[in-house]
Write a protein that binds this ligand. Structure first.
Ligand SMILES: NC(=O)c1ccc[n+]([C@@H]2O[C@H](COP(=O)([O-])OP(=O)(O)OC[C@H]3O[C@@H](n4cnc5c(N)ncnc54)[C@H](O)[C@@H]3O)[C@@H](O)[C@H]2O)c1
Length: 329
């Protein structure tokens, strides 16, 4: 039984949200939700890993504004702002390994600029942090009170430590300046508008399956992941934004699968006969990943609703309908 203490406001008419990273995968779905709730939305995005096609369908909406803005550079927003959502950051291993300095900058300077905006406008603030804060966890499933096992000098540290710093800065702004902050620790999420070639396992498997190519499995495939459908995640982010919670809250789907089980699901749903291609595990790749979402259940009345089967079907359909230049290799 869920016991929600957060009252979900049915409409955000006349409210304004500034969303950094709103042209990205998760950010664009968050914009859809905020607009649906009646909010005005201003997106700040430099498109380093996002794409204008993710927000093309919003461009004609009079309540939607897109600004090509790097949030690590100074910027100003006119008028009142009610919500500041800091979602900008390269997020897939392929992206943050390609842009380690930009990733650290957006987690540090970018986070500071977004917090300063929230302070100036007296707005509520949400940081999209990550389960990577737990590193290769010794505690399973991961609970918010676990402090993590992160390699601070490994290749992935640009992302993990950027987010850990962003969390620390967020808490400091709350403690020192009284900003109404909140922090989501997001676990693996999938769905339409992911980049096909971002190196994450869902689009990689689907891409290879649709092209009838061998599906690459790192290690022996016994490592686990838990995948949350993006619509479920966005509902959690929305509820968290409206809540008064100050400490991190895990958002993800606790249904844990091995990578091999996952590959089998995609083979079945795409009908591919492609074989598996085993490659060595990348450095610091977590062996297990599963959120404990007890806190989100209790304080937000939230839990994922979309089954893996339904979410994968929608995602595969999205990739199948992409224009051929995007699908081309
Ligand atoms: N997708 C997941 O499974 C997942 C898991 C954990 C955490 N997250 C977090 O959620 C957020 C969104 O992730 P995503 O998967 O949508 O990634 P994404 O790469 O699709 O989106 C990130 C967006 O941020 C923008 N951006 C990056 N640096 C910027 C800067 N300096 N200024 C302005 N815009 C900038 C990019 O152009 C992109 O549009 C990130 O903060 C990420 O760390 C995502």
């Amino acid at each position: 039984m869920l016991s929600a203490t957060v009252e979900i406001v049915p409409t955000l008419n006349e409210k304004c949200a500034v969303v950094s990273g709103g042209a990205g995968f998760v950010g664009s779905h968050m914009c859809d939700r905020l607009l649906k709730e009646g909010c005005r939305v201003i997106v700040l995005d430099n498109l380093i890993t996002g794409a204008e096609r993710n927000i093309e369908h919003l461009q004609k909406n009079p309540r939607f504004t897109f600004k090509n803005q790097d949030v690590t550079r100074p910027f100003e927003i006119e008028g009142s702002v009610d919500f500041v959502l800091h979602m900008a950051s390269p997020a897939s291993p392929k992206d943050y390994l390609e842009y380690p300095l930009e990733t650290l900058d957006v987690g540090s300077t970018g986070t500071r600029h977004m917090l300063e905006l929230a302070e100036e406008k007296k707005a509520k603030y949400l940081l999209t942090s990550t389960s990577e804060c737990y590193g290769d966890p010794d505690v399973h499933p991961q609970v918010e009170t676990y402090w993590g096992n992160v390699n601070p000098v490994g290749v992935r540290s640009c992302y993990d430590e950027s987010k850990r710093y962003a969390e620390a800065l967020t808490m400091a702004f709350h403690r020192v300046h009284g900003v109404r902050t909140t922090i989501a620790r997001i676990f693996n999420t999938y769905g339409p508008r992911m980049q096909l070639k971002d190196g994450r396992v869902v689009p990689a498997f689907i891409d290879q399956a649709l092209h009838g190519e061998p599906m690459t499995v790192f290690g022996d495939g016994s490592q686990t992941r838990s995948f949350c459908y993006v619509r479920d995640l966005v509902d959690g982010l929305y509820r968290l934004t409206l809540s008064d919670e100050r400490f991190p809250v895990n958002l993800g789907n606790p249904q844990e699968l091995t990578i091999l089980e996952f590959a089998e699901r995609i083979r079945r749903l795409t009908g591919t006969t492609a074989q598996l291609d085993f490659k060595p595990l990348p450095q610091d790749d977590p062996k297990r990943r599963q959120p404990n979402i007890g806190k989100a259940r209790k304080i937000l009345g939230w839990e994922p609703k979309v089954s893996l089967e339904d979410g994968l079907k929608e995602t595969i359909a999205y990739f199948q309908n992409l224009p051929s230049p995007v699908l081309a290799r």
